[in-house]
Design a protein around this ligand. Structure first.
Ligand SMILES: *Cc1c(COP(=O)(O)O)cnc(C)c1O
Length: 419
């Protein structure tokens, strides 16, 4: 089931015409399909049916309050990486008992607030963090529930900027040190180990790295239990990839669940999943308008009004996003071009060397698969205000983040009186 489709040759999100949204909110904008997200959540839930399992949505993928609230309503928890995400999750009515705190650089303030709220688990990433949390929990008269994030030194076979589970990466603690550090946790009066955690990377398409990593995780759990550590949950992280374009294949959710089950389902532990991209990536698009067509010496450029500040993935990760014309025309001639933004950077492109139906000034284009790591990574470079986000459900849409105003941007600055 795809939630972005043509109806009478016009791209629709569910039953809403993208042209109608553009006329109402202007361009560029992000547009998400609520039913797509709900559908994905249910697919994931059913793939793991029969297992006691917490789906802790990795909200850094898309942390809009409406998206969080929608997932909270389905029963999701949250995997958070900052105080800002913690406060967003709470505001979206995600119970603290369903919140997992990940990240390598948790500050004292962040640890205190998360302890105060009684989050479900702190995923520790270093001994220094362990020490800090033990001291803060002592000061607050609390016992902090923790997991150790294990770095299995497994290559996730994904882009180098989103591989996290090799010894080259800053994440986690080597599996070789795990036993010693669980001993240290057991000897820390204000910590209690409740689980174990692993997250090997993002946009993982080939499932084999998971197979290797979870086999290692299983052995660790068995060893830890044998030494008397009470591991009650196994957090398998996120990372499941999506197809960003036609012809790309997507890992099968049931095959993934099967790998998880085969290694980890008979260890008398509950499971924590931390999916981000897989839940929301294909539930969103970025809609932009063509400003100019420029005929270069070697190639053509389609200059649009969205740029790398709105969607960073193409230039940051060399990511491919399909680009569709919002108005489809049968038998239209193709063009070969770079689709670029207005920003003064050569890295400001949404696609390079792309064949697409011949575009002209004023046309609307849809950058597909932009629901994850899109709006959340946006910035205001070149003093471009953040663009709006729209959520569609069935036959209606609502603005879930308003377009930032230029005055909003300027108002953040102040000029010293001596100038
Ligand atoms: C980013 C992240 C995730 C989610 O990754 P996806 O590829 O979006 O599924 C899960 N867990 C941790 C610890 C992360 O940092």
């Amino acid at each position: 089931m795809t939630y972005f489709h043509y109806q009478d040759d016009i791209l629709h999100a569910e039953q809403v015409s993208i042209i109608d949204i553009a006329n109402s909110v202007g361009t560029p904008f992000y547009c998400y399909s609520a039913n797509s997200i709900i559908d994905r959540y249910n697919q994931l839930k059913s793939a793991f049916s029969g297992i006691d399992c917490l789906i802790a949505y990795a909200m850094k993928a898309n942390s809009n309050q409406a998206i969080l609230s929608l997932l909270a309503k389905q029963g999701a928890g949250a995997d958070i990486v900052s105080l800002g995400e913690l406060e967003r999750a709470i505001k979206a009515n995600i119970p603290p008992q369903k919140i997992i705190f990940s990240g390598v650089g948790k500050s004292k303030k962040e640890l205190r607030r998360a302890l105060e709220l009684n989050v479900h688990c702190f995923n520790l990433e270093s001994e220094a963090e362990l020490d800090r949390l033990n001291i803060i929990a002592d000061e607050m008269g609390k016992i902090a529930p923790v997991s150790l994030r294990i770095n299995p030194n497994v290559d996730a076979k994904t882009h180098k900027k989103i591989t996290t589970g090799t010894s080259e990466n800053k994440f986690g603690i080597s599996h070789k040190d795990a036993m010693r550090i669980y001993e240290k946790i057991a000897n820390s009066p204000n910590l209690t180990a409740i689980g174990i955690d692993m997250h090997i990377g993002s946009q993982i398409i080939d499932l084999e790295p998971y197979d290797n990593a979870f086999a290692l995780l299983k052995n660790l759990v068995i060893d830890l239990k044998a030494k008397g550590h009470r591991i009650s949950h196994i957090d398998v992280g996120g990372g499941l990839g999506i197809a960003h374009g036609q012809g790309e294949k997507e890992p099968d959710i049931d095959a993934y669940a099967k790998i998880v089950r085969s290694h980890l389902s008979n260890l008398d532990c509950t499971l924590v999943l931390e999916p981000g991209r897989w839940l929301v990536g294909n539930a969103g698009i970025l809609v932009t308008k063509v400003e100019y067509i420029k005929h270069g010496e070697n190639k053509d450029f389609v200059i649009v009004n969205a740029g790398m500040n709105d969607l960073l993935r193409p230039t940051l990760y060399e990511a491919h996003h399909d680009i569709l014309a919002v108005e489809h025309e049968n038998g239209k001639e193709n063009m070969f071009a770079d689709i670029v933004g207005p920003i003064c950077e050569s890295g400001d492109y949404l696609a390079q060397s792309r064949t697409l139906p011949k575009a002209k000034q004023g046309d609307l284009l849809a950058i597909m698969s932009a629901g994850a790591y899109g709006a959340v990574m946006a910035g205001t470079y070149n003093s471009r205000p953040r663009i709006p986000e729209v959520l569609v459900k069935d036959n209606h849409f609502e603005i879930i983040r308003r377009r930032q105003k230029i005055e909003d941007l300027i108002a953040l600055d102040s000029v010293p009186s001596w100038i």
